[in-house]
Design a binder for this molecule. Structure first.
Ligand SMILES: *Cc1c(COP(=O)(O)O)cnc(C)c1O
Ligand SMILES: [Zn+2]
Length: 408
């Protein structure tokens, strides 16, 4: 078996592999588990990967906590494009900048990587009903994957979840509970309800298999760069699962003897909700309110903070924050500079990158990857709020011509 144990991030206690254990029995909800592999039992080479014609995250199935023959949900996830951001390079005097567009997944966010593995594990566990709480994207993603696999879902979202994300839940047929409170409260309720009703729990910052799915974004970055590890990866942080996944992916590659270095992982938070940045700087964690336009990272109590902090520290990375005004600027700068349309939390990583670039904190030759974690169509109200809506013009040629003259 390639997975040997599940190890508590807090106290280090190890548990036998199990489908229904989520957290450490000593540390409780703080004791998120990490999936531990016997790397020697995984035989894989760059040549083998390069020849794989499966252009989805399952091309790395050998490096995931699933048997080769395990059934997986049918939606196609991963192998999202990695674009060279030449125009951005010119603007900022850099030479090696890339954008990984994970808004190009079936439900339009990076969460689909987690759902793919999470639902595969739920199928293995014979789960009938999966439960989760989410700021929005994990919910819409789970709803889509569960629909594709014929599993029921009960989903908790906070009142502020953008309409497009709620629309996804409803069309996929998820039993949706809109909690008249914050995401943090919705999370607590979902954990209690899961226990009460015996559901399968898909909360990322809880179910350790989900970070395993998210790590495939690191495998892809490495492969798409021609089997090269970048110097830095910028990623936005909410609960800290994507950050932990990026770290785990590059860690696995090193353990498997495929790479020799870890990129610096730079986490980016919103200044109105930056508990990880504060914990990085002071060593102390303090819960916060989620005050930011970037709803997907409005997480005042990041559930996976221990894993995320470890990932940032061990990669010699950092955590910075950007203001909502900087996020608003990035909502236009990323699409206008690259063609990639991100939601507020998606462009937050770009805003953090830009802040570092303007501060001359990035060497011009450094290879930098910025992950866009969610599609801009997820939150069109925010997108429209940073633009000027044109007023309708009378439909005759002269009026239109006069109007166009003012535009060009
Ligand atoms: C969930 C999410 C994040 C944050 O990921 P965490 O794993 O919670 O840190 C960032 N951006 C988008 C678009 C998301 O949906
Ligand atoms: Zn523990």
């Amino acid at each position: 078996m390639k997975v040997t144990t599940m190890k508590c991030m807090k106290c280090g206690k190890e548990f036998p592999v199990s489908l229904d254990r989520y957290v450490c029995d000593v540390c409780g909800i703080e004791g998120i588990l990490d999936i531990i592999y016997d790397y020697k039992s995984i035989e894989i080479s760059k040549e083998e990967i390069a020849q794989n014609r499966d252009y989805s995250l399952w091309r790395y199935k050998k490096m995931l906590p699933l048997e080769e023959s395990a059934p997986v949900p049918p939606l196609q996830v991963g192998w999202t494009p990695l674009y060279r951001a030449s125009k951005i390079e010119d603007q900022l005097g850099l030479n090696n900048v890339y954008v990984k567009d994970d808004g190009r997944n079936p439900t339009a966010s990076l969460k689909d990587r987690a759902s793919a593995v999470g639902v595969a594990k739920a199928i293995e566990a014979g789960a009938k009903t999966i439960c989760a709480a989410s700021t929005g994207n994990a919910a819409s993603s789970l709803a889509g994957f569960a629909a594709s696999a014929g599993i029921k879902t009960v989903i908790f979202v906070p009142k502020r979840a953008p309409k497009a994300k709620v629309a996804q839940l409803l069309v996929y047929g998820a039993k949706t509970v809109i909690v008249d409170d914050s995401y943090d409260r919705a999370f607590e309720l979902s954990v209690e309800i899961t226990e009460k009703f015996g559901f399968y729990n898909r909360n990322c910052a809880y179910n350790p298999y989900l970070v395993e799915g998210k790590k495939t974004v690191a495998f892809e970055i490495w492969e798409q760069l021609g089997f090269d590890v970048p110097d830095r990866v910028y990623v936005s942080i909410g609960d800290g699962c994507i950050t932990s996944g990026v770290y785990k992916g590059f860690y696995d590659l090193m353990q498997l003897g495929l790479t020799e270095k870890m990129p610096r992982i730079i986490g980016v938070q919103a200044s109105g909700c930056n508990p990880i940045e504060v914990a990085m700087k002071t060593g102390e964690f303090t819960p916060q309110e989620g005050n930011t336009i970037a709803d997907s990272i409005a997480v005042g109590v990041p559930r996976n903070r221990l894993k995320a902090l470890k990932s940032l520290k061990e990669s010699n990375g950092d955590c910075i924050s950007v203001t909502d005004d900087e996020i608003r600027s990035a909502l236009l700068e990323l699409p206008r500079g690259t063609g990639v349309f991100g939601e507020p939390a998606g462009v937050t990583a770009f805003a953090g990158f830009k802040k570092h670039a303007l501060a001359k904190d990035i060497d011009s030759e450094e290879k930098v990857v910025i992950i866009n974690t969610g599609n801009g169509l997820k939150d069109i109200d925010s997108a429209i709020s940073v633009c000027t809506m044109p007023t309708p013009v009378a439909s005759d040629v002269e009026a239109v011509a006069a109007h166009v003259k003012t535009l060009v």
